[in-house]
Design a binder for this molecule. Structure first.
Ligand code: ATP
Length: 327
């Protein structure tokens, strides 16, 4: 073996996601099970730069599997985007005798980790933790399922008002540049359409929705809109529809940060637990600069560069199914 890992560091970075705690717990316990010490790094790369590090024992991760958010806190660090910032981060790793780093987050987190790995020859394993599900190479990311279920609960409630008042609602959900939450929640809630960044322009999708004769058999409509998929924002869609159909009562609801909170679903807890164990296994197998993921229910190792740069597409059959089922 070229190197022996005696101590790992673990951090959460970027947006928080339900299930991150389950991943921290799994990483910690799987490492300890292999006689590897665990140093928890607080506040993501920011804490790595400033040296916010604490050794974790098994009891430090007790009673957290069911908790949303991240006990390690998370932060965004512009300093880490600079070579000077990463130099400071590396100095913390050396001072704390951390031999390898496990980073839980999204593509930004992985981009930063890849740079650190390249510049300082540090083994890094990424665990996909983001509600957006926008990472290539894994069927799901930690937090996505919980967020999807939260959206479903909210939209079901909005449907009550939409039906009672015979309104059209545009409900904006998270997703950044991906339509997974929007498309899947639209299917799960029996919505009339989803506006997603993967298919055509938002205007074209709105035209399709209007052209579908959405009031033929229904007195209310809900359209789920992926954030950032409409230039100018979701209100623009509502205004366009109001101009075309002044007879309709059109409203916009932005679900916002409540989509990121709450106790993780069983699926997210199980996914996070598996990926945490897989991350330690990957290090023991001398893997470097990879993301652990799940494809067709099996654990896979994916080069971080691919996870970051390849685009994961929504399934076309879901787009078709939504159209067929929304008449
Ligand atoms: P989410 O999907 O929830 O937004 P994320 O990991 O993509 O999660 P970001 O804010 O994009 O969230 O990235 C988290 C952190 O990773 C940044 O604050 C920064 O410290 C680091 N990072 C992001 N991009 C880079 C980069 N190009 N170079 C170095 N570090 C980066």
């Amino acid at each position: 073996m070229e190197y022996t890992i005696k101590t790992i560091g673990v951090l959460t970075s970027g947006g928080d996601a339900p299930g991150m705690n389950a991943a921290i717990r799994a990483v910690t316990r799987a490492a300890l099970n292999n006689n590897i010490r665990v140093k928890a790094i607080f506040r993501g790369y920011k804490g790595l730069i400033t040296g916010e590090v604490k050794e974790f024992h098994t009891e430090d991760v007790s009673n957290i599997i069911q908790r949303g958010g991240t006990i390690l806190k998370t932060a965004r660090s512009d300093e880490f985007k600079t070579t000077e910032g990463r130099q400071l981060a590396y100095e913390t790793l050396r001072r704390e005798e951390i031999d390898a780093l496990i980073v839980i987050g999204g593509d930004g987190t992985f981009t930063g980790g890849t740079l650190l790995a390249r510049e300082y020859n540090i083994p890094i394993v990424g665990i996909p933790g983001t509600v957006d599900n926008d990472l290539w190479g894994t069927d799901a990311t930690i937090g996505y399922d919980t967020s999807l279920n939260t959206i479903m609960d909210c939209v079901d409630k909005i449907r009550d008002t939409a039906t009672s008042h015979e309104r059209v609602f545009f409900v904006e959900v998270m997703g950044r540049n991906a339509g997974f939450l929007a498309l899947n929640s639209a299917i799960a809630c029996g919505c009339e359409a989803a506006i997603i960044p993967e298919r055509k322009t938002a205007e074209e999708q709105l035209e399709h929705f209007i052209g579908s004769g959405f009031r033929k058999s229904k007195n209310s409509s809900i359209v789920i809109v992926a954030e950032n998929s409409v230039p100018g924002g979701t209100q623009v869609l509502a205004d366009t529809l109001k101009e075309r159909h002044p007879e309709y009562d059109v409203r916009v609801t932005i679900l916002g940060h409540l989509q990121r909170g709450g106790s993780p679903t069983a699926n997210d807890r199980i996914l996070a637990s598996r990926l945490g164990v897989a991350a330690i296994n990957a290090l023991l197998e001398e893997q470097r600069s990879i993301m652990v993921g799940v494809q067709n229910e099996e654990i896979v190792y994916v080069p971080l560069a691919k996870a970051i740069h390849q685009r994961k597409d929504v399934q076309s059959d879901k787009v078709t199914a939504l159209q067929i089922l929304s008449i």
